[in-house]
Design a protein around this ligand. Structure first.
Ligand code: EPU
Length: 416
């Protein structure tokens, strides 16, 4: 298994290009199931989760061709309605096939994803929404089956803001008969990106990016050529890395409008952040000021940046409080950060961090995607050497992270 080895203490400097967004690409690739013909997607990141998605699409009968950041998917041959356990187990976002498959094949059988390291993550709201659209839902032998001759538009209220729940129901409703209203919908940029692609396929969706999305069902969709938006979490991760190492880093090909909450917190922490078009330049200062963070649905501070920000607060001047309100178990990185000398106390969903002058390099274990990124960041400022194990978590969602850090001057390498 690969490991990443980091000799900490270098200031990062230079330019880094952000890749396409994982969480935008996943639902968009699944939306290819909604039309016959060749869809083409550009700026698709090279990630394990993308490989899992393409494998599942091929399993369902789609023709998949991928070459570098371009992917072509033709679902004309769609002939299977089942997402099996062995694929869903590897990537819970596989549940995004539910909506498109019921809409297109009238039925779907999908393995229930179960919990993961960061929380229980049920899909009850996806299923409740599909039932409101008229699907018959059964749960048996670890699988959910949803079927409907033709889905019918309905008014759906989400008890909790759910990103993939909103995306799944949007994909189910585009081919439904009549109008669907999604209330308390997720406002994440990835939801907007999916709605844009669906509209360009011929769907009629209004209000994406607000809590109320209206979807007027249409008979059929046509294929599309689309470019995946930049990854806002990768952008934020490089921004924190620059601030953390007292560096001077320009992040290119990003969407500054999507990282407003992170920019705000970094400025409060004392970093200089300059936005110009699609680039962001972050200059770190020797003194990092402690700030409090509360994770929230977009446009609040993203849960996917919480672990990375915790590293920054671990070497800040003073005490900071981080509240995680989205997932119930998203502090698993704390015990590894403590092994690197961080002073962090956790009570329920609140972590209190007392900044230390520095961290101390150690062998550590990655437990989930963003926790892995946080350990790499910690290694960049720790003295001595940090070895991050189980980096397959990192490969699920960051394209060439260690190469990008190395190009910015970090002493970092991957060993097989
Ligand atoms: N929830 C329910 N029932 C549901 C759906 C969600 O109770 O039916 C709860 C979840 O358990 C959680 C909260 O609602 O407590 C929000 O979860 P959400 O459904 O929004 O999360 P998700 O759609 O499964 C996406 C991202 C995550 C990101 C979250 C929150 C994708 C593929 N994944 O997950 O990304 O953390 O939204 O922003 O878009 C990551 O990239 O590392 C990652 C975990």
């Amino acid at each position: 298994m690969d490991k990443i080895i980091i000799a900490g203490g270098r200031r990062l400097a230079g330019q880094v290009r952000v890749s396409g967004s994982k969480n935008a690409a996943l639902p968009i690739l699944f939306s290819a199931l909604l039309a016959d013909g060749v869809n083409r997607y550009d700026n698709v990141p090279n990630l394990r989760d993308i490989d899992s998605t393409l494998l599942l699409l091929a399993r369902l009968g789609a023709r998949v061709e991928s070459g570098g950041p371009s992917v072509r998917i033709d679902a004309s041959g769609l002939n299977c309605h089942e997402a099996p356990y062995d694929l869903v187990r590897k990537m819970r976002a596989s549940v995004l096939v539910l909506g498109p498959l019921v809409a297109r094949l009238k039925r779907a059988r999908v393995s229930l994803p179960g919990g993961c390291a960061i929380g229980a993550r049920p899909i009850n709201l996806h299923l409740k929404g599909l039932a409101s659209l008229g699907a018959e839902i059964t749960l048996e032998h670890g699988y959910v089956t949803a079927s409907a001759e033709r889905l019918k538009g309905a008014e759906i209220y989400f008890d909790i803001v759910t990103v993939t729940g909103t995306e799944n129901l949007m994909m189910a409703a585009v081919l439904a008969e009549g109008t669907t209203m999604l209330r308390n919908a997720a406002r994440e940029p990835e939801v907007v990106a999916l709605a844009d692609v669906l509209n360009r396929m011929g769907a009629d969706i209004a209000g994406a990016g607000t809590p109320e999305i209206t979807i007027r069902g249409v008979r059929a969709l046509k294929p599309v050529t689309a470019t995946i938006i930049p990854d806002r979490i990768e952008t934020g991760t490089f921004m924190v890395a620059a601030a953390l190492t007292g560096g001077h880093v320009t992040i290119t090909d990003c969407e500054p409008g999507h990282v407003g909450a992170t920019i705000d917190k970094l400025r409060q922490a004392g970093a200089e952040v300059v936005v110009s078009g699609s680039t962001i330049t972050v200059t770190g200062r020797d003194k990092i000021t402690s700030v409090d963070i509360k994770t929230q649905p977009y446009p609040g501070f993203p849960t996917d940046m919480q672990a990375q920000f915790m590293v920054l607060m671990s070497v800040a001047d003073g005490l900071s409080v981080i509240s995680e309100t989205i997932f119930e178990n998203r502090f698993i990185h704390v015990s590894e950060l403590r092994r690197m000398g961080a002073d962090i106390q956790v009570a329920g969903n609140i972590a209190t961090i007392k900044g230390m002058p520095r961290l101390s390099g150690a062998p550590v274990m990655a437990t989930d995607l963003r926790a892995s990124a946080c350990l790499v960041l910690a290694g960049l400022v720790a003295d001595n050497t940090t070895v991050v194990q189980r980096v397959y978590h990192l490969d699920r969602g960051y394209e060439d992270l260690e190469k990008k850090f190395a190009a910015l001057g970090a002493a970092i390498k991957r060993v097989k």
